[in-house]
Design a protein around this ligand. Structure first.
Ligand code: ZN
Length: 242
């Protein structure tokens, strides 16, 4: 009996440690679906805190679009403050398929398998990460940059305006960065109708206090929500969800 109970407790612990949390904020109108993911790299925790705070602040609102929040993609890594899930970099294992010759990632972690269908059914995807230095100081790190795919320029401008308003030092201000495709990253499975925003704060090893990075991420998320609220009322060239 004791062995049985121990086994159940152990299995519950494994599930707790391995399966990402998914919050849904449903919508009656359901014009679009926004997906916000954080904690893909376990040593980049601000996304986890930003998403949990955002969820508690907005969960009672009825938006004209659905919001899906995954604060802890790499639950294992967050628990142990490690980039990878054991030996797996979860942002190098998207899109792996026997049948799709375009996908070049060499593996597909079960976590990616859980999240990929949600990515494919979303119109806007916000992916929260943290670099180890300011990109303006060290170009090897993507800290304090935005990048992505198919982002309308007025959305980028709105995010940067709201975000940089609160940042005084020029080397710490965010800007939009174009960079080369990287096989197996979330960016590579985004299609031409989806908007993908990759956020990189400067945050690894607490190079800036956690509360600053968390606030920066929340600022970005609220800019996207506001942009989408305005857009939902006026016009829509995005795919309307049926
Ligand atoms: Zn990362």
């Amino acid at each position: 009996m004791l062995i049985f109970i121990s086994l159940i407790v152990f299995l519950l612990f494994i599930i707790f440690l391995f399966i990402p949390t998914i919050y849904y904020i449903p919508s009656k109108l359901n014009l679009y679906r926004i997906l916000i993911v954080g904690g893909t790299h376990g040593n980049e925790p601000a996304g986890y805190y930003a998403i949990n705070e955002i969820y508690s602040e907005i969960k009672k609102y009825n938006f004209p679009f659905e919001i899906v929040l995954i604060p802890n993609v790499n639950k294992f890594g967050l628990f142990f403050n490690l980039r990878n899930f054991l030996f797996h970099d979860l942002n190098r294992e998207y899109g792996w398929s026997f049948t799709n010759p375009n996908n070049k990632s060499t593996n597909n972690h079960f976590t990616n398998k859980i999240i990929e269908p949600i990515i494919h059914s979303s119109d806007i995807i916000i992916d929260l990460h943290e670099g180890y230095s300011y990109n303006r100081i060290n170009e090897n790190s993507k800290g304090s940059t935005l990048s992505g795919k198919n982002i309308p320029s007025n959305l980028i401008n709105l995010i940067l305006k709201n975000l940089n308003n609160n940042i005084t030092r020029s080397e710490k201000k965010f800007y939009y960065l174009e960079y080369e495709p990287l096989p197996g990253t979330l960016r590579e499975i985004i299609n031409e109708k989806q908007i993908y925003l990759l956020v990189e704060t400067t945050g690894q090893n607490n190079i800036q206090p956690l509360y600053i990075r968390t606030e920066q991420m929340k600022n970005i998320i609220y800019s996207v929500i506001n942009w989408l609220l305005i857009r939902s009322n006026i016009t829509s060239s995005l795919n309307r969800r049926s």
